[in-house]
Design a protein around this ligand. Structure first.
Ligand SMILES: Nc1nc2c(ncn2[C@@H]2O[C@H](COP(=O)(O)OP(=O)(O)OP(=O)(O)O)[C@@H](O)[C@H]2O)c(=O)[nH]1
Ligand SMILES: [Zn+2]
Length: 293
């Protein structure tokens, strides 16, 4: 018996990577009865029946699970935004961050197309980058055209399973190509792998980058807060969590309560007003969803 990770699933076979070797495996017959469907990203115990084949005997418990693309045990989400074309959007970034924080996935923010900034737009984008770094997020500035910042990304992949996420056209495929030119993902093309329409079935595959694994299909295409509870939302804003011990009320939602440390920090300019505004907006969205059912 050996331990491995499923990096690809195709036509009833699971491809298990174990100590640098790939095994084409079948699942155990009992998985079907037990309603276990092994997923890409699953850590498994398998029995090798030849140097390249085997049977999956056990699927380890998952740390998390994405639906689109179907992938288990995601450690990190690389949130790709462009500085311009499309314009940097803090509300979209906050939406991604909430979803990711709620699944215990570590975010890495990449701001791409830095080459397109003018003196004026640069100030705006740099101010945002500064704010997110102050919260404690890692932000990497890149340009695939000038090939800058790209190599800074590589160490972040080590010993992790990562998923790229971000709007269409921000440069996700371009970044992956810059990191691993042999992938030759088509860019700016509606039919290429990373940009495939929402309704086609996707085969996700984990590819090796640096010392880690990265999904070749981006995640988090649905940006709704369906699985997030009201009391969970404050925990998705690290700069609120950090201060909530100082709130007068335990379980403070930082909205209407008096003597709230988050609101105090907001008034003092320590928390950017747009972050707080997004929080309030997301909270309303979650509450509204509840009354709908
Ligand atoms: N100026 C500039 N253009 C870039 C940069 N990175 C990517 N692009 C261009 O932006 C366009 C979109 O890039 P893609 O890599 O296809 O973007 P994507 O995020 O994979 O898009 P989808 O597949 O639709 O999700 C292409 O025309 C790229 O050439 C960059 O750093 N600077
Ligand atoms: Zn509070």
């Amino acid at each position: 018996m050996a331990e491995g990770k499923i990096i690809k699933a195709l036509s009833g076979f699971y491809y298990v990577l174990s100590e640098g070797k790939l095994f084409q495996c079948r699942g155990r017959g009992v998985f079907r009865a037990q309603k276990i469907t092994p997923l890409v990203g699953d850590d498994v115990v398998f029995e090798a029946t030849s140097p390249m084949e085997g049977y999956i005997m056990k699927v380890h418990e998952r740390k998390n699970e994405l639906v689109r693309p179907p992938i288990a045990n995601v450690d990190q989400a690389v949130l790709v935004f462009s500085a311009v074309e499309p314009d940097f959007s803090a509300v979209l970034l906050d939406r991604f961050l909430v979803l990711i924080e709620s699944k215990n996935i570590r975010p890495l923010i990449v701001v791409n197309k830095m080459d397109l900034l003018t003196d004026k737009t640069k100030q705006v984008v740099e101010a945002y980058i500064h704010d997110y770094r102050r919260i404690g997020y890692d932000v990497i500035e890149t340009s695939t055209v000038e090939n800058s910042g790209v190599e800074q990304l590589i160490p972040y992949f080590s010993n992790k399973t990562s998923v790229f996420a971000g709007q269409s056209g921000v440069g996700k495929s371009s970044l992956l190509n810059a990191i691993r030119p042999d992938l030759q993902l088509k860019t700016n093309d509606i039919s290429h792998h990373l940009g495939r329409g929402k309704h086609t079935t996707r085969h996700v595959e984990l590819i090796e980058i640096g010392e880690g694994l990265v999904a070749d299909t981006p995640g988090f295409s649905a940006l709704e807060f369906n699985d997030i509870e009201e009391n969970q939302l404050p925990t998705c804003f690290p700069e609120f969590v950090e201060r909530s011990d100082e709130c007068k009320f335990r379980g403070c939602t930082h909205i209407a309560e008096p003597k709230c440390a988050v609101k105090k920090a907001l008034e003092a300019g320590e928390i950017p007003s747009y972050r707080y505004d997004h929080y309030v907006r997301f909270m309303e969205e979650i509450k509204e969803r509840k009354t709908r059912y």
